[in-house]
Design a protein around this ligand. Structure first.
Ligand code: MN
Length: 729
């Protein structure tokens, strides 16, 4: 076997033995090692070394993060699925389904292509990457995989070097930062910096090197001074100098536009002590001895960073006027700072846990499999960690257009939110959503990784009020509201115009063109009786049929004659008001036994405002009060009313429904009718000349006016329905 492979194997075994004690786990790792070496047999890296050196290096880096055995195995096996034709099932059989899933996820993420297109922004890459990983262990394997590839990048072509370095800087380093693994983040940044901007890199490196010896001496002296100070006060501590990595210096020089010698924290000292209270004590002695620079004190112990970084930072002026940055933290804070979330996955055995360390482990309990962490966690810590986990994995869903553009949306978002994010017009004309190839309801909650295709139609009625009930983004909500408001306004205006025409027609029909009764001020004068404020409202009410022309004109022109004046006096005895119950369920005041029938032209239903028309020889025909056929017949009308005691039957009405034509329109209409328990007598549907709309004529039986109103209101709600009217022939 290759010498380097043997070396790495030994190094890994040694590192593992430092924190993994279970013989079973160690045997499993040994098995994975042998398996990987065997499967990669004969494959060679660009560097000329056997391929297995790569996976061993990856596992070694993972062991330095002290991850659990499953993750180490996943690191060893991470390239076997793709490069060696091993199946997921085989890994599952040989190792565990957990390890197989980890390896599979690592492989999947590796296949994500972060193309250099504008819509593939770096921020999106990171989000997809994290969302796809779903498991922090997958991210760790990918991070160290990338780290080793970056370390060996010199063997690649220059073009590939630039591409990989750019991706590392855009995607991988920020993820490492987010997880608080500064060791890896710094190295990834410096390696990328080196390949992306070699000239700048050497320039900064030279600046750092120039007075290095001098600076090193200053740091050594300062360390000695501070250490003596802390010893005087009996404070246990570890103290050391720390060099800033090149990329962060470069960033300060460019982003903050500083000269190299203006960067204050080039000389940095770290003090590690045993608990948080001692951190503040150390800070106290240092500030009492050296002048702190105002505005540079940061307390990340009381207020940890998002990635759980904790430390005190201050900048002080040393004895000879040199400026030092000082970081003060506990051992466990230091571990978190260097290795981030990876810092605490370790076996309970043999590791001393002070109270604080235990607390951090509890916070990290959401990485269950790293497991090995205590299971009895207090609720607050649990809640906190759930929030952090949500923040990383669940704050958003990332879904894709069929062309692969990634759209990030808040959790619980629906295809409607997605459609409005694509374009307002897409949102407005959405009629359906195909999610991963399946047609699903518009209120379906999207999941990360879903491929969403929106079906639109120019003939759609636009957004519906219902959408407001389930959309999650305020963007979509605002657009829908605006649309509905505008639509309502347009409809209102159209109805006012229509109502005005109805009014004018009626004036003409009644021969009132020159009458005082319909002068503007006269009309305005009686509006309050209908609870209307102005003429527009009246026109609107007429068109919307909430006000009948008959009722309006009755108030304008007291036209209904006393029944006696109609010459019908002989039909009744005025002194006795006697109730008459007829088969039709209609009472005629004071009239006995009279033939009463419902007219076929306007088909009144129980509860409609009605009027009787005295025919020649066929008794009284009952019309709706606004039936145009009787409006001019002032002299033959008679007051009639519904008999409340009457055992109601069924009333036939005819409805005309105008709608944008679509499949299943009729089905939807019929569904509503049966849902509201009306009976259908006949249906006739025709597509209109415009080829877009269809008119459906329905004869249905209803119980009464209220039943009819409910039915009509609900028919109007059917998608694509434009209007529902009662027909008068
Ligand atoms: Mn690899």
């Amino acid at each position: 076997m290759h010498e380097r492979v043997i070396q790495l194997q030994d190094a890994l075994k040694h590192k593992i033995s430092q924190y993994i004690v279970s013989e079973k786990d160690i045997a499993l790792i040994d098995k994975a090692m042998a398996f990987a070496i065997e499967k990669h047999e004969g494959q060679v890296r660009k560097s000329g070394e056997p391929y297995s050196t790569h996976v061993l290096e990856v596992a070694l880096l993972l062991s330095q993060l002290r991850v659990g055995p499953s993750t180490i195995c996943a690191g060893l096996l991470h390239d076997t699925l793709e490069d060696c034709g091993v199946s997921k099932d085989e890994i599952k059989k040989q190792f565990s389904s957990d390890i197989a899933t980890l390896v599979e996820s690592v492989t999947k993420i590796g296949n994500l292509s972060f193309k250099d297109e504008k819509e593939y922004l770096a921020a999106n890459h990171r989000k997809i990457f994290i969302a796809m990983a779903k498991d922090i262990r997958v991210i760790l394997v990918k991070l160290v995989d990338r780290l080793h590839n970056m370390r060996t990048l010199s063997y690649q072509s220059e073009e590939k070097q630039r591409k990989i370095a750019a991706e590392t800087l855009d995607v991988y380093a920020p993820i490492a930062h987010r997880l608080g693994i500064s060791e890896i983040k710094n190295e990834l940044e410096d390696l990328s910096f080196h390949y992306l901007y070699p000239e700048k890199y050497y320039e900064v490196a030279k600046l750092v090197e120039m007075r290095k010896a001098e600076r090193d001496q200053q740091v050594t002296d300062m360390i000695q001074e501070i250490s003596n100070l802390l010893n005087e006060h009996g404070l246990k501590h570890r103290i050391f100098g720390r060099s800033k990595h090149l990329y962060s210096i470069y960033k300060k020089m460019t982003v903050k536009n500083k000269r190299f010698d203006e960067i204050l924290d080039l000389m940095a000292i770290r003090i590690v002590t045993d608990d948080a209270v001692n951190c503040y004590e150390v800070l106290g002695y240092i500030h009492a001895t050296y002048r702190p620079i105002p505005g540079r004190l940061k307390d990340y112990i009381a207020m940890p960073k998002m990635n759980m970084y904790q430390s005190l930072h201050t900048t002080i002026v040393g004895g000879e006027g040199h400026i030092f940055e000082v970081q003060i933290r506990t051992e466990s804070m230091d571990a978190i700072a260097e290795r981030g979330v990876a810092a605490h996955w370790r076996y309970k055995e043999g590791i001393s846990k002070d109270k604080e360390q235990k607390e951090i482990e509890e916070r990290l309990s959401w990485f269950k499999d790293f497991g090995l962490l205590s299971t009895d966690i207090d609720e607050d810590a649990q809640e906190y960690m759930e929030a952090v986990q949500k923040d990383i994995f669940e704050a958003n869903v990332y879904v894709m257009t069929p062309k692969g553009r990634v759209i990030d949306l808040p959790n619980g978002s629906t295809p409607i939110d997605f459609a409005y994010r694509i374009h307002t017009d897409v949102g407005h004309t959405t009629i359906g959503a195909i999610i991963n190839g399946v047609l699903l309801p518009l209120n379906t909650a999207l999941k990360t990784g879903d491929v969403v295709q929106i079906r639109t139609s120019k003939q759609s009625n636009g957004p519906s009020e219902d959408w407001l009930k389930f959309v999650k983004t305020s963007h979509a909500r605002v657009k829908i509201r605006n649309f509905l408001q505008k639509k309502e306004e347009v409809e209102r205006k159209a109805l006012i115009v229509k109502g005005e025409a109805i009014f004018k027609d009626e004036v003409k029909k009644r021969g009132l063109e020159n009458s005082e009764h319909v002068k503007r001020d006269k009309v305005e004068h009686i509006l309050h009786q209908f609870n209307l404020k102005n003429l527009d409202e009246m026109y609107y009410a007429l068109a919307a049929r909430s006000l009948s022309t008959a009722a309006l004109f009755e108030k304008l022109v007291v036209e209904r004659k006393n029944i006696l004046d109609l010459g019908l006096g002989r039909l009744f005895k005025p002194a006795v008001q006697k109730k008459t119950i007829s088969k039709s369920g209609i009472k005629v005041a004071g009239v006995d036994s009279m033939m009463i029938t419902l007219s076929q032209c306007c088909k009144p239903v129980f509860g409609d405002p009605i009027i009787g028309y005295i025919t020649k020889g066929q008794g009284v025909k009952v019309h709706r009060i606004d039936c145009p056929n009787i409006i001019k017949e002032k002299n033959r009308l008679i007051e009639v009313m519904w008999d409340e005691d009457f055992d109601k039957g069924k009333y036939e009405v005819e409805l005309s429904i105008l709608a944008n034509d679509r499949s299943y329109l009729l089905t939807d209409l019929v569904t509503i009718i049966s849902q509201y328990k009306a009976t259908i007598q006949s249906v006739n549907s025709v597509v209109n000349d415009d080829k877009v709309t269809a008119t459906t004529t329905l004869k249905v039986n209803v119980d009464d006016f209220n039943h009819l109103q409910i039915l009509m209101v609900n028919l109007r709600k059917v998608n694509s329905v434009i209007s529902v009217e009662r027909i008068t022939r």
